[in-house]
Design a protein around this ligand. Structure first.
Ligand code: DUC
Ligand code: ZN
Ligand code: ZN
Length: 471
C-alpha cells in the first residue's frame, strides 16, 4: 500500500497516551499508526518532534460586526492563516445575529464571508441577540438540526444582553434540541452602574475597564447562569472564566452533578490588570472582557485547567488594531467605555499553553492535547472525526518542536492585528508544520496551503453533554 503521506519518526500524543509511531495518511484521513509503514508519495520527517492532534480553537471572533467605524482586524483569510501558523486545524468562530436581523440571514452573511477563504476547517457557533418567536420557534431549532449545534448568549453589552427570561427561553430550545449553550457571564447592570460612577469621577483611562467589571460582577453572573441552566436542566458552557470565584461556582455545580463546563484563555494565565495601565492609551491593547485580573487569579485558572474544572482552553481571539479603526477609535479616546473589548490570540494560544504548561511542568502533554483539541471536539460535536490521532480520524495534525525557543513578537505573527498583547513573552515549544485533512498548510514555518482548503463543517450534538431524556 502506498500512502499519500507518512509522518515518520515522531512521538505521537493523544489526550490519553504518548507513543512512538509513524502516521500513515490517505485521502485526508489517518489510515495506519505503527512503524515501518512502507512507501508514500510524501514523507514528513518528524524526528525529535511531537506529532499532536491539530489544535481546535472553539472560541474565536472573525469578521464580526462592531460599533460604527470599528472594524475587526481579521477576516477569514487572515484569521484562519494565523490559526494554522499557531498549530490549529480547526476554529469555531461566532456568527453574530445583530438585533433586528434574521438569524438565517446572519448565517448566510457569515458563509458569504467565510466560504472559500479558510486555510483551516471552521464551524460556526451562533450568537443569539434577538430571540424572537421566529428565532425560538423556527430558525434556531432548524439551524441546530443543520449542524449549528451550539450558541452563545450574553448577560452584558448594550446590543447583546438578554434578560434572564430570554435566557430561559433560549435554554429551553437547547433542552429540546440538544444544543450546547455558551454564556458570557457578567452582570450588565452592575457594569453600567460602576462605569457611570467611574466616569463621573473622571476615571476614564483604559485600566478603569478592569475596575468597572470586578470579580463579583463575573461571579454573580456565573452563579445566575448556572442556576438558570439548572432550572431548565440543560448543559451550559461558561466561557472565558478569569478568576477563582467564578471558577469555584463552576466547580461547585460540577460537584453537584450538573452538566456545567468551563473555559479559560491565555490572557487569564499570563496577563494582569496592570497591563492595562500603560502610558496614554497603551493599556487599551489589553482591554478585553472579562478583564485580566491578578497573580492569584492566574494560579486559580491553572488549578482549573489541571483539575478539569476547565475542559477547554480557547483564545477568545477578538482582534482590533491599535489605531483609529479599533482600539483608538475616536470615541474610545474619551473613555474606556468605548474601547472595543477583545484582544488577538489565535496564533499564540497553543505556544503559551505548551510553554507555560508543559515546558514548565504545570500540566502533562496529554492534558495539553485534551485542553487544546480533544475536549473541544467532544464538547462541540466533532469527535472522533476531529481532535485526536486515531485510525479513521481526519488527518488534522500539528508537528511541534518542543525545544524551540521563541520570543513572541508582532513581527513573527500572521494575524491582521498590528500588535500582540504577548509581545516579548519567551516560550519554549512551537508548532512547525500543520496538516488539515492531510494537506500541508504550514510547512516548517512557511505557508504551503491555500485559502480554499478549509471547509465549514456541520456538527453533531455534544458528546460531553448529551441532552437529558425528555420527560
Ligand atoms: N466576549 C467575548 O467572548 N469576546 C470578546 C469580547 C467579549 O466580551
Ligand atoms: Zn464573551
Ligand atoms: Zn469571545
Amino acid at each position: 500500500m502506498t500512502f499519500d503521506t507518512i509522518i515518520r519518526g515522531g512521538t505521537v500524543a493523544t489526550a490519553s497516551d504518548t507513543f512512538r509511531s509513524d502516521v500513515g495518511i490517505s485521502a485526508g484521513r489517518i489510515t495506519t499508526l505503527g512503524l515501518d509503514l512502507g512507501a508514500a508519495r510524501q514523507v514528513i520527517d518528524a524526528t525529535d518532534r511531537l506529532v499532536l492532534p491539530g489544535g481546535i480553537d472553539s472560541h474565536v471572533h472573525i469578521s464580526q460586526p462592531n460599533a460604527p467605524g470599528i472594524v475587526m482586524a481579521d477576516n477569514f483569510e487572515s484569521g484562519t492563516r494565523a490559526a494554522a501558523f499557531g498549530g490549529n486545524t480547526m476554529v469555531l468562530p461566532f456568527c453574530l445575529q445583530e438585533r433586528g436581523q434574521s438569524l438565517r440571514q446572519a448565517v448566510r452573511d457569515y458563509h458569504a464571508k467565510a466560504d472559500g477563504n479558510c486555510y483551516v476547517d471552521v464551524s460556526f457557533h451562533l450568537i443569539i441577540s434577538d430571540p424572537t418567536e421566529q428565532v425560538l420557534g423556527q430558525d434556531l431549532p432548524a439551524l441546530i438540526k443543520d449542524g449549528y449545534t451550539s450558541f452563545k448568549v450574553f448577560m452584558t453589552y448594550e446590543d447583546l444582553a438578554l434578560s434572564d427570561r430570554q435566557i430561559l427561553e433560549v435554554m429551553s430550545v437547547a433542552r429540546e434540541t440538544g444544543a450546547l449553550v455558551m454564556v458570557h457571564a457578567e452582570n450588565f447592570d452592575a457594569i453600567r452602574f460602576l462605569t457611570d460612577r467611574l466616569e463621573r469621577a473622571g476615571k476614564t483611562a483604559p485600566h478603569f475597564h478592569g475596575t468597572s467589571r470586578p470579580i463579583p460582577v463575573e461571579r454573580e453572573a456565573t452563579h445566575r447562569a448556572i442556576a438558570l441552566a439548572e432550572l431548565i436542566d440543560v448543559p451550559v458552557m461558561i466561557v472565558h472564566v478569569s478568576n477563582r470565584e467564578a471558577m469555584e461556582e463552576i466547580r461547585r455545580a460540577q460537584q453537584r452533578g450538573l452538566k456545567v463546563f468551563g473555559e479559560t484563555c491565555p490572557q487569564y494565565l499570563v496577563l494582569t490588570e496592570k497591563d492595562m495601565e500603560g502610558l496614554n492609551m497603551e493599556g487599551a491593547k489589553y482591554v478585553c472582557s472579562p478583564p485580566p485580573r491578578d497573580a492569584a487569579s492566574q494560579v486559580a485558572c491553572w488549578e482549573g485547567l489541571l483539575h478539569g474544572v476547565f475542559s477547554v482552553f480557547s483564545s477568545d481571539h477578538c482582534p482590533f488594531r491599535y489605531d483609529e479603526s479599533g482600539k483608538l477609535a475616536p470615541r474610545g479616546r474619551t473613555s474606556f467605555r468605548w474601547v472595543p473589548n477583545g484582544i488577538p490570540g489565535i496564533e499564540t494560544r497553543l505556544p503559551i499553553l505548551f510553554s507555560e504548561g508543559v515546558s514548565k511542568g504545570r500540566i502533562d502533554l496529554n492534558r495539553f492535547v485534551a485542553l487544546s483539541a480533544t475536549n473541544h471536539a467532544k464538547t462541540y460535536g466533532l469527535y472522533p472525526r476531529k481532535g485526536t490521532i486515531a485510525v479513521g480520524s481526519d488527518a488534522d495534525i500539528a508537528i511541534w518542536d518542543p525545544k524551540r525557543e521563541v520570543t513572541i513578537s508582532q513581527q513573527i505573527l500572521h494575524h491582521g492585528a498590528d500588535y500582540t498583547p504577548y509581545e516579548g513573552l519567551r516560550v519554549t515549544g512551537w508548532p512547525m508544520t500543520t496538516l488539515v485533512r492531510g494537506e500541508v498548510i504550514v510547512s516548517d514555518g512557511a505557508l504551503a496551503g491555500s485559502k480554499d482548503h478549509g471547509q465549514h463543517l456541520a456538527r453533531d450534538i455534544s458528546s460531553f453533554a448529551p441532552p437529558s431524556r425528555p420527560e
